[in-house]
Design a protein around this ligand. Structure first.
Ligand SMILES: NC(=O)c1ccc[n+]([C@@H]2O[C@H](COP(=O)([O-])OP(=O)(O)OC[C@H]3O[C@@H](n4cnc5c(N)ncnc54)[C@H](OP(=O)(O)O)[C@@H]3O)[C@@H](O)[C@H]2O)c1
Length: 322
């Protein structure tokens, strides 16, 4: 299963513009107890990787050099002392991947078994790669946090991102009414799967009604307004930070959260085999193809990251290693 002693990887030591990304030849990592070696077949790009690459890499708590990448799909190349078997299809995400230890922008990744999950899906690698982080976050936000049911009317604020498209797809498959927003008029057609696509001017609460659940992807920048969009008894899940504001300043829960409205948040750091199984089962039962914005070859990772930074591709960018 391990075809070479060396592999190509993106190795970062300092802030790196997309234009400066190169593939380096380094040794394939040696497996150790509690960890498995995964032959990476494809992986998705994420915001947190962009933040790490451009800025956060300077922080002391990031080990350097570091291979970024918080998720991947592939096959077990060395199962070590785990229950996995060589060649088994897996997805992996989070748990410090690409931050505390080397991640997925590589041909092989040494990963802790706690964050590697078996899959039997027959989706092609590029479609499979659109699932782990994005659909796990959409699933957790919608079902663990919002307890979404078919009778709900869901507001997705900041719908034109990978997470927005995935959440819209899952909620519509469930049978919900969905209102999705974009801050760009020209992007309204991208939300045609929603019952209503709405232009977000920053203030929605005066013109919107009947919302029982809201998925906040713009984040603290619009959270106060989103809390005022939902009915009494409604729930808001703050999951994204697209607005570039990371926290609520001087948070006073008494005045900030309207009476009888519930606020929750989702953090994608605790995936489990059970949830991964549920996601793939849901996709299969509802005959859903994971949403993808663009597919690049590994050798073109520089171009993929440039497109990511410019925001020229709508939806999940996936890299195929072969
Ligand atoms: N809580 C968690 O554990 C978790 C997990 C995964 C992701 N996230 C967060 O969820 C958000 C979405 O992630 P993603 O991977 O789906 O992002 P993405 O696909 O990379 O989407 C980025 C795009 O969102 C668009 N966008 C839509 N509304 C926006 C707004 N109001 N302000 C700025 N940009 C807006 C931008 O395009 P336009 O400006 O052209 O519309 C931008 O190009 C991110 O903030 C990410 O950090 C959180």
């Amino acid at each position: 299963m391990i075809s070479s002693k060396t592999m190509k990887a993106v190795v970062l030591t300092s802030p790196t513009a997309a234009d400066e990304i190169i593939l380096t030849d380094i040794p394939v990592p040696k497996v150790r107890p509690g960890w498995v070696l995964v032959k990476v077949r494809a992986f998705g790009l994420n915001h947190s990787e962009q933040i790490l690459r451009l800025k956060e890499i300077s922080a002391k708590y990031i080990q350097k050099p570091i291979i970024p990448g918080i998720e991947c799909v592939g096959e077990i190349a060395d199962s070590s002392d785990s229950q996995f078997r060589c060649g088994q299809k897996v997805v992996a995400l989070m748990g410090g991947m690409g931050r505390s230890f080397n991640g997925s922008y590589a041909e092989y990744a040494l990963l802790p078994t706690s964050h590697v999950f078996a899959v039997t899906s027959q989706l092609p690698w590029e479609q499979l790669a659109a699932v782990p982080e994005t659909y796990y976050t959409a699933w957790g936000s919608l079902f663990e946090c919002l307890n979404l049911t078919s009778g709900d009317t869901l507001l997705i604020r900041g719908g034109t991102c990978a997470l927005g498209y995935a959440s819209l797809q899952l909620a519509k498959a469930l049978g919900c009414k969905v209102i999705a927003t974009t801050h760009k008029k020209e992007k309204l057609p991208l939300l045609s799967a929603a019952d209503h696509a709405v232009l977000d001017t920053g203030e929605l609460s005066n013109g919107i009604s009947g919302i029982t659940k809201a998925l906040e992807l713009v984040g603290p920048k619009t959270l106060y307004d989103t809390l005022h969009c939902v009915n009494k008894g409604g729930v808001v899940c703050s999951t994204g930070i697209l607005g570039g504001v990371f926290s609520v300043r001087d948070f006073d829960p008494i005045r900030y959260i309207p009476n009888g409205v519930y606020l929750t948040g989702f953090y994608s750091n605790s995936p489990s085999q059970d949830i991964i199984d549920k996601i793939f089962n849901f996709l299969s039962v509802h005959d859903l193809i994971p949403c993808i914005g663009g597919i690049f070859k590994f050798e073109d990772i520089k171009e993929a990251c440039k497109a990511f930074d410019k925001g020229t591709i709508n939806g999940k960018i996936v890299i195929k290693t072969e």
